[in-house]
Write a protein that binds this ligand. Structure first.
Ligand code: GLN
Length: 447
């Protein structure tokens, strides 16, 4: 803990941590030392973990990097976080992110931007940018992020660490401040596949507080990392042919595919003609869900209330216009629009149908193949400000990550070399629902 506290102090300018729980982390460490001496410590004894600022932790602030939650203190703890604490993990602080998880660069945060430790003029990715940099810069061993459309995998790719998004419903969402409830997952950043698998096996599993959480059995992923079978791997032509794809990312991805072929695995090109619909489907459905989820922030129940209000109506209006940032407002308006009576069928219902098609197509592919491989992102980390004036350019960052989110299947990003400027490249592997064990074992084989 002292080692990490020192690193956090010397690298404070990266702005990864919003708050550090130095005292409680040290006290917890002492308690665990005593337990260890008695041979009674939990499976994560001494693992130092940072959590994204969207996960409630009783007695602590949790602000989703938004001014609208200023002053809010959690009354309860996220189930996933509680399960880690129960196994003697040490929660060292909360981590910066894009406001309510909306963004791909961590530039939309009330706490300010997070710097990529490899090149401080570049973004760390988002929305879990603080969580990615915390592991990248050695500020904690493992961190939790959330991945709705790529927010763990994309920042993992940009910072050169491992980022895992589980199957939707594998990890309870109880305690996670909702962005888009039918997409939201809690994911993990780590430097090794083993750490990631270990934390996942502890967080995963049914929770009576989240009725959507799966009752399927959880395996000991960290003990199932040995991989010796011959895999059937598909790669999606449209991703490698995409004009948006940076050439070095294409080359490095092809190298992995060639290596797999030479090692006797079956590697085949497949088509995914729906790829171009994945991003619009994602943004229609997630903005719709966000507009509904974020209606609870009205100045009455949580955090911030405008002091300029003179009646109830203006209290709602002013609180929301002063409390939410630009990107969040844009999404609330988009979501309200696609849900409005005259456009509901044209946008929301249509997107629901396309979601079903994408999910079925993806699952069929994953019934035929063990894994789908593609780049995590079209480009490596970009400069601050490069996309901030153009929301559509920012949304295009999610081109390759949203297929797994729309389909609910698990996906991981692994470091796969660097580009000419030295920025990390991410390789994404997707498996069928609840195949976390297979995904971790194959990742272990590849790293
Ligand atoms: N960049 C995507 C978005 O802004 C993904 C966010 C996420 O996964 N939380 O919606």
């Amino acid at each position: 803990v002292n080692h990490y506290l020192e690193n956090i102090r010397t690298k404070a300018h990266l702005n990864a941590f919003v708050e550090v729980y130095a005292q409680s982390a040290l006290q917890q460490a002492e308690r665990i030392d005593e337990k260890l001496a008695k041979g009674k410590a939990g499976k994560l004894a001494g693992m130092v973990i940072g959590i994204k600022d969207v996960l409630n932790y009783a007695g602590h602030a949790s602000h989703a990097s938004s001014n609208i939650l200023k002053g809010y203190i959690s009354q309860f703890t996220t189930t996933a976080v509680q399960r880690l604490i129960d196994e003697d993990a040490i929660i060292i602080g909360r981590l910066n992110c894009d406001e309510f998880g909306m963004g791909s660069s961590n530039e939309n945060s009330a706490h300010g931007k997070v710097l990529n430790a490899l090149d401080e003029s570049k973004v760390p990715g988002g929305s879990s940018g603080g969580s990615a940099v915390a592991v990248q810069a050695n500020l904690c061993t493992v961190s939790l992020g959330t991945d709705t459309g790529g927010s763990v995998r994309q920042p993992a790719a940009f910072t050169g660490v491992i980022g895992m998004k589980p199957t939707y419903s594998r990890v309870s969402r109880w305690g996670l401040i909702a962005y888009a409830s039918s997409f939201d997952t809690i994911g993990i950043f780590s430097n090794t596949v083993k750490d990631n698998a270990l934390v996942m096996e502890i967080m995963a599993g049914h929770d009576e507080f989240d009725s959507t959480s799966s009752r399927k059995p959880v395996f000991h992923y960290s003990e199932l990392l040995h991989f010796e079978k011959k895999a059937k791997v598909a790669f999606i032509k449209e991703t490698l042919d995409s004009p948006a794809l940076q050439s070095e990312i294409r080359e490095n991805t092809i190298q992995v595919l060639e290596k797999l072929t030479s090692e006797g695995h079956e590697v085949k090109a497949v088509e995914f003609p729906l790829l171009k619909y994945a991003l619009p489907t994602y943004y229609i459905l997630t903005t719709a869900e966000a507009s509904s989820n974020l209606s609870r922030f009205d100045g009455v129940k949580y955090g911030y209330r405008s002091s300029n209000a003179h009646n109830l109506e203006s209290m709602y209006k002013l609180t929301r216009s002063e409390g939410f940032g630009e990107e969040v407002k844009r999404r609330i308006m988009l979501g309200t629009f696609v849900l409005s009576a005259s456009y509901y069928d044209a946008y929301f219902t249509k997107a629901q149908k396309v979601r079903r098609l994408i999910k079925e197509y993806t699952e069929n592919l994953l019934n035929e193949f063990d894994y789908i491989i593609m780049p995590t992102t079209p480009s490596t980390a970009f400069k601050f400000g490069e996309h901030s004036g153009d929301p559509v350019a920012m949304y295009l960052e999610d081109l390759f990550t949203v297929q797994a989110s729309v389909s609910g299947v698990p996906a991981i990003s692994l470091p796969n070399g660097k580009d000419k400027s030295g920025m990390p490249i991410g390789l994404q592997i997707i498996a069928n629902s609840f195949k976390e064990a297979e995904l971790y074992a194959f990742s272990n084989y590849l790293t």
